[in-house]
Write a protein of this length. Structure first.
Length: 199
């Protein structure tokens, strides 16, 4: 088609008019197309329709139900869970140890300040209590002398289970070369407390 502004021929006149003359086809038609060009006007209006609109009409509308969406997202595995199940069951499913840990996770997710120092010490002591019990079960045949790398566990064994620290073995660094500075993450064996049953 021939451009009425510059007189050159273009296969896609609407693209040329928009780019070269900074004008939309409606404005171009009002200014430059006369009644004698009414046949051409029909052609110009049709070429002004973007190709994406034509393609959109060809696409069928697909309706997906919420259940189908779940199947698509979760690779066909839909596990219906009872929203009224006990909190302990939920914590077990999620691999969360207790309600305190869940509260910590929620606070962290909300961007709230972390656990205060006193609560952190309590958490360490509770964790040490569990570790001490596991250590005693594991060493029940030879529970006279126990080694641990956790200070809190050593403290629990002393206070609650009648053990006393008989030796503290310093951390052993990797041997790179004499006189090298060694960072804590380069230790072969961490600091170890050796405890003996006294009562």
């Amino acid at each position: 088609m021939k451009c009425k502004i510059c007189g050159r021929d273009f296969s896609k006149l609407h693209v040329h008019v928009r780019k070269a003359h900074n004008m939309g086809m409606i404005e171009y038609n009002k200014k430059y197309v006369t009644k004698e060009d009414s046949d051409g006007l029909q052609e110009l209006q049709e070429t002004d329709i973007p190709e994406t609109v034509e393609k959109a009409e060809e696409v069928e509308e697909v309706v997906i139900t919420p259940t189908q969406q779940k199947v698509k997202i979760f690779d066909g595995v839909i596990v219906e869970r009872d929203p009224n199940r006990p909190l302990s069951q939920f914590l077990e499913e999620m691999g969360i140890e207790n309600e305190k840990e869940l509260r910590r996770i929620i606070r962290a997710q909300r961007g709230e300040p972390g656990v205060d120092v006193i609560e952190q010490i309590r958490n360490n002591e509770e964790s040490a209590e569990r570790e001490a019990k596991e250590l005693l079960k594991k060493n029940k045949d030879d529970a006279n002398v126990i080694e641990t790398t956790n200070l809190y566990v050593a403290e629990v064994l002393e206070k609650k289970y009648g053990y006393a620290v008989i030796n503290v073995i310093s951390a052993t660094p990797k041997q790179k070369f004499p006189g090298a500075n060694v960072m804590p993450d380069e230790l072969v064996k961490p600091k170890t407390w050796v405890l003996q049953k006294i009562r």
